[in-house]
Design a protein around this ligand. Structure first.
Ligand code: ADP
Ligand code: MG
Length: 719
């Protein structure tokens, strides 16, 4: 599929010369800094809003000033001297007729000294401090007392060293005056929200850059002013428009209609599963089956807490695709996880596929060339009905015979580009047997799975383009995991607990944190812990799994743990996702304070998979002479208080904010700058209603609106 790419149009560029393609222009340092801040177009500048304001509209008489006020006074210099005690400084006394004030400068150039000659009339702005000796100001801003006072507050923008405030201010205001700010919100939508009807975008922006001095600064600060409402509503509308547009584009795309055959693979798989499906699995399975039977590609996110049984849902979807004569690819972010999927899916499906002359293929980066070649051939011929692997699955050389369904596990760990790539791996050969001419434009159905549920507000805004299915029920027979916080110095008690679990025939995970600066150190840590446990638990087989190990070794270690030969597995976070060993009943996480909340939750989800009572011990260490950071405490507290994945995700969002939560790779610069999903629910609801209406009845305005607000970023919102 060719993706339209929106680029800023040339006339939008603030510096016309720079848009000439042939001679790359030499940008000045501030110009470069503007670019770096993403302020390339007039509209970008216009949307770069002040972080605060200074009031230079008024002259305050010194007599009326209060200690601590930031004021502007106009006064005459009555005395000026450089003293050297306690250190070199310029001391200037000024009198405004009501009182006098001493200005103190520790850093000053001769030019300032000259400007502040006795008799000069100046405007100075700074914080006044009262003392026994009268008013003083440290390093006030000084300018000549000429010209009119400004009519509006002076905006102060966030900037970088290479970009002086005055330069940026000028650029922003110039951008604001040049930018096309014509109305893009269709009239019927405008009238639905009274805040919008009374403020145009131009009014709102002009006001927010240059507010009149009578404004309530509180309303500006907490963004409750009506001008802010207009802006946030526009921003949310842009986001919704791009999401709805993606959904509409998808409606024009074609995918193979996948319908399960009667008495086919789907039913046979259900029959061989060692358990019955939960109600949630059945419901979600039906939602997916319905999507697969349509001619539009499915674009569905399956979210379900760790252990909720997503894999079998994926297997059933794969069975439908295979039944219908198509291939299915399943991609996982790590080799271990992919390996587990492979093992499980092969166990369930291989015997059934064999009857049909088909099989499950395995593809990873670490594969030997020969093995890989064999797999590629199976995939290209269609004999491999199901392909399981890592990123290797989407590499160029992989040619599917007829790819009908792609499943991405732990989808948040893949970048946007990888998801786009996968979508473009369409039904390998456009003229695949049994396909009509139209099939040239077909895409596979896409099922994304995630154990990190997306909080509702985020789902509504960022994933509006996705259909979401939720597994909200755990398979029966699980016992809740008890979570305990234990200080690191009580490590002995933890080892005692391990001993007791082992004596009951259970298995134990011990997770060491990755030490980012040094993989060597990190390995040493894990190795030391391994040795320590081996010494403390003589006769017990203890495995060591580390991210730096060759994958064959990892596989072996993991295999021994799965089979129960190894009773304790010491590991760095390589076991983070998806590992499934139901006999494990204790999870120890060392330096739990260093882990992210969703990571902790994922790790905890490795136990409590069987019927045995399970526990998760969070070992934490308070830094020497210090205390745990605010956010570390919040994370540990959340872990103890709840094991509900949705609640964990909500708290994680609280602790980290949406940008971090979604991962910068995914969100790019497309995250909301102005609106706040928690506070602006009403505006979001409005935008959700307005977007489809605008796309239907006012497509040109909609396009202009998206272009204005998102420029080239909208593609990333769709992946
Ligand atoms: P996740 O959603 O975390 O990927 P898995 O798919 O790995 O979870 O499933 C967790 C465990 O539960 C696996 O051992 C799986 O075989 C088992 N399981 C899945 N569905 C059911 C069910 N309906 N009844 C009993 N066990 C189930
Ligand atoms: Mg899983």
């Amino acid at each position: 599929m060719a993706l339209p790419v929106h680029l800023p149009t040339r006339q939008n560029c603030p510096m016309p010369s720079s848009a000439l393609p042939s001679t790359p222009p030499k940008l000045s340092a501030p110009q470069k800094a503007l670019r770096k801040l993403g302020l390339a177009r007039d509209i970008d500048l216009a949307l770069h809003l002040p972080m605060r304001y200074e009031d230079e509209t008024r002259i305050v008489r010194l007599r009326d000033a209060r200690h601590g006020d930031v004021v502007q006074v106009e006064a005459e210099v009555t005395h000026s001297e450089v003293t050297f005690r306690p250190r070199r400084q310029l001391l200037v006394t000024m009198d405004d007729g009501s009182d006098h004030c001493v200005l103190r400068f520790f850093n000053f150039y001769p030019s300032l000294q000259k400007q502040m000659a006795v008799g000069a009339r100046l405007r100075v702005r700074g914080e006044v401090r009262g003392g026994l000796a009268g008013w003083t100001m440290m390093h006030p801003v000084v300018r000549a007392a000429a010209g009119q006072l400004p009519a509006s507050l002076t905006p102060v923008y966030s900037t970088v060293a290479a970009l002086p405030q005055a330069y940026l201010r000028k650029a922003v205001l110039a951008g604001l005056s040049r930018a096309d700010l014509s109305e893009t919100v269709a009239a019927p939508c405008l009238s639905q929200l009274h805040q919008l009807a009374s403020w145009t975008l131009r009014d709102a922006l002009t006001f927010l850059h240059l507010p009149t001095p009578d404004v309530s600064l509180v309303q500006l600060q907490d963004r409750t002013h009506p001008a802010w409402h207009r802006l946030k509503a526009e921003e949310l509308l842009a986001q919704q428009l791009s999401q709805f547009e993606a959904r509409r584009e998808r409606e024009h795309l074609r995918a193979p209609q996948l319908v399960a055959a009667r008495d086919g693979l789907h039913e046979k798989l259900l029959a061989v599963l060692p358990f019955g499906l939960t109600g949630a699995q059945r419901r979600v399975g039906e939602e997916i089956a319905r999507d697969l039977s349509r001619v539009q590609p499915m674009h569905r996110l399956l979210q379900g807490d760790v252990g909720s049984g997503k894999t079998v849902v994926a297997a059933l979807a794969a069975a439908i695709a295979i039944d219908a004569g198509w291939q299915c690819a399943l991609m996982a972010p790590t080799e271990i996880l992919a390996e587990q999927h492979f093992a499980k899916l092969a166990e369930w499906l291989s015997p059934l596929l064999q009857e049909r002359g088909q099989r499950v293929a395995w593809l990873t980066g670490s594969q030997k060339k020969k093995a890989r070649g064999e797999m590629l051939a199976l995939i290209a011929s269609g004999e491999a009905a199901l392909v399981v692997g890592t990123h290797a699955v989407i590499q160029e050389q992989v040619n599917f015979f007829k790819l009908g369904l792609a499943v991405i596990d732990e989808q948040h760990r893949f970048g946007v580009q990888q998801r786009l790539d996968l979508r473009q791996k369409t039904a390998g050969a456009p003229d695949a047997p049994g396909s009509s001419a139209r099939d040239g434009a077909q895409e596979p159905h896409l099922l994304m799975m995630s154990a990190t549920p997306i909080p509702r507000t985020l789902a509504m805004s960022y994933y509006a383009d996705l259909d979401v299915s939720t597994l909200d029920e755990l398979p029966p027979g699980r016992t809740p995991v008890v979570t305990k916080l234990v200080a690191a110095h009580r490590r002995d008690e933890v080892i005692e607990r391990i001993r007791s679990q082992i004596s009951q025939g259970r298995q134990v995970y011990w997770v060491c944190p990755l030490i980012e600066e040094s993989e060597a150190l990190d390995l040493r840590n894990a190795t030391e812990t391994h040795d320590e446990l081996a010494a403390a638990l003589p006769g017990v087989t203890i495995g060591l799994l580390h991210s730096r190990m060759p994958s064959a070794d990892k596989k072996e270690v993991m295999g021994k743990f799965t089979s129960g030969e190894t009773l304790v597995l010491v590991s760095t976070t390589v076991i983070e996702v998806g590992v499934d060993v139901p006999n494990a009943s204790l999870m120890v996480i060392e330096h739990a304070e260093r882990f992210g909340l969703s990571q902790l939750h994922q790790l905890r989800g490795r136990v409590g998979r069987g019927s045995a009572a399970s526990a998760c011990i969070l070992l934490y260490e308070v830094p020497q002479g210090g205390r745990l950071s605010e956010s570390a405490r919040a994370r540990l507290k959340a872990m103890v208080e709840t094991s509900d994945g949705f609640e964990i995700a909500r708290r994680d969002l609280d602790i980290r904010g949406p940008g971090e939560f979604m991962g910068s790779r995914q969100s790019g610069a497309a995250l909301l700058k102005f609106a706040n999903l928690e506070e602006d629910g009403d505006l979001l609801a409005w935008a959700q209603q307005a977007a489809p209406l605008m796309l239907r009845n006012h497509p040109n305005l909609a396009r202009l609106h998206i272009e204005r607000w998102l420029g080239g970023k909208s593609e990333y919102l769709k992946a």
